[in-house]
Design a protein around this ligand. Structure first.
Ligand SMILES: [Zn+2]
Length: 469
């Protein structure tokens, strides 16, 4: 999911609680990994005790565990399916009920409305079966804000801050209205509060209109979907879009790594990047070196293999387990997020002591080819790397459209030659297939641009089971 929801949630910033969280976040990071680990342990013990006392589900799940828990490894693994099935018992606020939550998220006219007058509801798009509904409390929002402050402090200079103030903090958000509930909620609320300082634009607005409105608005900060940022960079390059933002905030999905550099160059600005999930909206923020630093004072994360055994830094994990240490209304503890990550084994050159990772796509996006010699399973990264390496690709999507057919949809920069780009991408993909004895697979040039999924996200790889539905 996009993290825009939290970034701009200014309504909570001024409270005393948030100020102390910002102070704590800054101080903890300065003290280094020891302080971070100590915060994590204390918060975990506190959260587990809270979950046991308030959630009938966790009370039962943890009934045989010792009284005080200080390590996540002592806890059983949970996932979306397990928790969603026991939704009402999972939440610690006994007033929370699935039926009422579903009624709210399924009604577009109620976007921006609080749930039970105090919670925000966030959904996951459900690429792997069941849709998740997450109940976010004020404390989570406060932690999101504190993490964003810590992050922006790394990115922006004093000059940048002055520029933002000079433009009265004008921010533009571009989102898939109706699709992405979390962002839509945040935007609707923020618009109400800040009025003219925030422009909320829909990703479905025709490009000419989008360009015109942005030119008029001149945002200091802009938070588009990553794929939309690539299109806006094209417009700016062509001289139609004329904006000078201080910061572009993107979500980490959907763009080849090199594209972030191009966008930064075209707008002559800083491109901030974060990666989060509905289950943990403050999960990580990207540094100048292109690594995502996990806010591990507020989230315990474990890269693990398919059997939930720990995977050492420097090795690719199958999935990650996360424990959200902020959200008290709906505890997420040792939860299988389904993302494959790579953790840097050495300190990140940027100097940030928080663990540095790269996310390599959903483990659910593994593509399986049936062959006479047995199934060949390829992780999404194996298929996407050769395409990412081609210059001129701004966005792509690989759909396993039929058992022996892959369809590659490309979006390219206006200055690139479509046929050259296609030939290079196809050759790279063919090499990978050949290495795995899959020469017989047909690689087809998609006539359509990459398709936007639920919630406006672009999936790079669509496995056969999903491509058919
Ligand atoms: Zn770093």
């Amino acid at each position: 999911m996009a993290t825009a929801g939290g970034v701009w949630n200014l309504e909570t910033i001024m409270t005393e609680h948030v100020v102390s969280l910002i102070w704590d976040a800054w101080r903890t990071r300065r003290k280094g990994m020891g302080a971070i680990a100590q915060r994590q342990r204390a918060r975990l013990a506190d959260m587990v005790a809270h979950a046991r006392a308030g959630s009938p589900y966790y009370g039962e799940l943890y009934r045989h565990l010792p009284d005080r828990i200080e390590s996540v490894e002592q806890l059983p693994v949970t996932d979306k399916k397990m928790l969603m099935e026991r939704f009402d018992e999972w939440c610690t606020d006994r007033a929370v009920a699935l039926e009422a939550a579903e009624a709210l998220v399924d009604d577009p006219s109620r976007i921006g409305e609080w749930f039970l007058e105090k919670y925000t509801l966030v959904t996951t798009s459900g690429t792997t079966g069941r849709r998740g509904i997450f109940v976010i409390d004020d404390r989570t929002m406060a932690v999101v804000t504190a993490m964003m402050f810590r992050w922006i402090g790394d990115w922006l200079s004093l000059g940048d801050f002055l520029k933002i103030i000079a433009r009265r903090g004008r921010s533009a958000m571009i989102m898939a209205t109706g699709g992405h509930f979390a962002s839509a909620v945040a935007a609707a609320r923020l618009k109400k509060r800040l009025g003219r300082r925030v422009e909320v634009l829909s990703a479905h607005t025709p490009m000419t209109e989008l360009v015109e409105r942005l030119n008029r608005f001149q945002p200091a900060m802009i938070a588009p979907y990553a794929s939309m940022a690539a299109l806006l960079a094209d417009e700016q390059e062509a001289g139609r879009l004329l904006i000078d933002p201080v910061l572009l905030v993107l979500s980490a999905e959907g763009l080849p790594q090199a594209e972030y550099g191009r966008i930064a160059r075209v707008f002559d600005t800083k491109v901030g990047n974060s990666y989060a999930a509905s289950e943990c909206m403050f999960f990580s923020c990207m540094c100048r070196e292109g690594w995502l630093h996990v806010n591990s004072d507020w989230v315990a994360f474990e890269p693990v293999d398919a059997d939930y055994r720990p995977v050492a830094p420097g090795e690719q994990s199958h999935t990650i387990l996360i424990s959200n240490l902020a959200n008290r209304v709906q505890p997420i503890l040792r939860y299988d997020l389904g993302d494959s990550v790579f953790q840097r084994p050495d300190p990140c050159p940027c100097g940030n002591p928080l663990p540095a990772i790269r996310v390599q796509g959903r483990s659910a996006d593994v593509v399986t080819f049936r062959t006479s010699g047995g199934d060949v399973r390829l992780p999404p990264l194996a298929l996407t790397q050769p395409i990412e390496a081609v210059r001129g690709v701004t966005l792509f999507q690989l759909a396993h459209s039929e058992q022996e057919r892959l369809e590659l949809r490309l979006q390219i920069t206006p200055t690139a030659n479509a046929d050259t780009v296609w030939r290079e991408a196809e050759a790279g993909l063919r090499n990978v297939l050949a290495e795995h004895g899959l020469d017989h697979i047909v690689v087809e040039r998609g006539g359509e641009p990459p398709e936007q999924g639920h919630g406006g996200k672009f999936r790079e790889v669509i496995p056969l089971s999903d491509a058919r539905t």
